[in-house]
Design a protein around this ligand. Structure first.
Ligand SMILES: *Cc1c(COP(=O)(O)O)cnc(C)c1O
Length: 417
């Protein structure tokens, strides 16, 4: 008789992965009725428009990678924190919007922003510590935190206040074991943009509580409303700021897996407390962004023309206008706040209007099955009975998708209405 195998399936991994955007969208997509599917699939579920010709990255970006490969200088292992020229370019790029000058030592390269999230949560984890996440949130945060000793506490973003932070809620949640507050700006999933005054209040609250701000700015400068993009690092003299950035969304190359962590800490608190050193140690023992990508970064950051970004913002702005206008024509859903940045809008479902739709997940599943349109259930981002709609798609497809959503809503609405 053989001894039983000494290894077994890790159910905790399944549980964590189940709540990621990828897996949820996969499940929804699985509902599209291939056999009866006469309509083209329209994906408004994720923020990856790289497949659409109008959202293709700039040739300068492609050339930079080809040059990096051809130079034969970047076939080596990189240092754990990343190669110096790339860190310097990112430091200079970020410093343009800050009242301080960052140095290459303030920048750490990561394999995309998701890796940056993993790294910072790993660094901050210790038994008994807790961290404040927004609700709704970008769900990778919860998935990663479930693998650390960090206890997660959620503060609310307030739809009736343009998705501003519930600052009183933050103060009520925090205690002496709180390590950080996470803020995503421009917002995913809400598409909101914070004002200077509001961000200053968040920084002052963090100072009062003795915690750092983790500023997820992967949509930095992707704004098209009234409000300018203000980096959280501007308030680094109030409370230390750890910024998470990426090439994925702004340069539309999410598959390249390149991001960074930057610390804005003019008072030197992260140095004193050893957080900066812990980041270096953590990056020494985790995966690196490929050296050839690192080798292309300086050229990408320094040479991408403003016209490229302006065009992308124009497309996203027009798409958000279109979405907002068209949603107003659907009586059973409500978008309380017009998106001002990123690629998403949160839309509330008036469930009592529907005959046979029990919740947001049910809505997404049936919409996929009947109309071949994919949207993301708000419940998976922390807000039940909302949906997140991405408008980073071609205008014609967006218009079609909203039309189908409208027909779907009429079809499922209670007859008495
Ligand atoms: C897309 C996204 C990320 C992940 O970015 P990558 O660089 O592709 O890993 C992180 N945070 C938010 C808020 C995002 O929307």
């Amino acid at each position: 008789m053989k001894k039983e195998w000494g290894f077994k399936e890790n159910h905790e991994l399944h549980a964590a992965a189940a709540y990621t955007i990828r897996n949820i969208l996969q499940a929804i997509k699985g509902n599209v009725d291939e056999a009866k599917n006469l309509k083209e699939l329209i994906h408004l579920g994720h923020g990856d428009p790289s497949a659409y010709p109008c959202f293709q990255t700039c040739t300068i970006v492609e050339d930079a990678l080809v040059e990096s490969i051809r130079s034969a200088k970047f076939n080596c292992y990189p240092p754990g924190v990343g190669i110096e020229p790339a860190r310097r370019s990112i430091a200079e790029h970020l410093s343009k919007d800050l009242p301080y000058k960052l140095t290459p030592d303030d920048v750490f390269l990561t394999a995309g922003a998701n890796h940056g999230i993993e790294v910072i949560l790993t660094v901050l984890a210790r038994p008994g510590a807790n961290i404040l996440f927004p609700r709704p949130n970008y769900p990778i945060y919860e998935a990663r935190a479930s693998f650390s000793t960090l206890e997660v506490r959620h503060y609310d973003l307030l739809p009736e206040k343009g998705w501003d932070v519930d600052l009183d809620g933050v103060k009520a949640l925090a205690n002496s074991n709180t390590v950080a507050i996470v803020l995503i700006n421009p917002g995913n999933p809400c598409g909101n943009v914070f004002t200077f005054d509001h961000m200053k209040k968040v920084a002052e609250t963090a100072r009062e509580l003795g915690i750092m701000v983790i500023a997820d700015e992967v949509y930095a400068h992707q704004v098209f409303g009234e409000k300018p993009f203000i980096p959280m690092g501007v308030f680094g003299h109030i409370a230390p700021v750890v910024t998470i950035g990426s090439l994925s969304k702004r340069w539309i190359i999410p598959g390249w897996r390149f991001g960074w962590i930057a610390i804005t800490d003019p008072l030197g608190i992260l140095q004193q407390t050893g957080i900066a050193g812990s980041l270096t140690s953590c990056l020494t023992i985790t995966a690196d962004p490929p050296t050839v990508i690192q080798g292309a970064v300086s050229r990408i950051i320094e040479n991408t023309p403003d016209s490229f970004f302006m065009n992308i913002n124009k497309l996203l702005g027009e798409a958000s206008d279109l979405l907002y206008k068209k949603l107003k024509e659907i009586p059973h859903v409500d978008c309380p706040h017009k998106p001002e940045g990123s690629m998403f809008a949160m839309v509330k479902l008036n469930l009592s209007d529907f005959d046979d739709i029990v919740d947001d997940t049910d809505f997404c599943m049936k919409l996929a099955k009947e109309e071949s349109v994919i949207v993301f259930p708000g419940n998976a981002a922390g807000l039940k009975n909302w949906i997140r709609v991405s408008y980073s798609t071609e205008p014609k497809l967006l218009e079609d998708a909203i039309q189908r959503m409208k027909e779907f809503c009429y079809k499922h609405a209670k007859r008495s209405q």
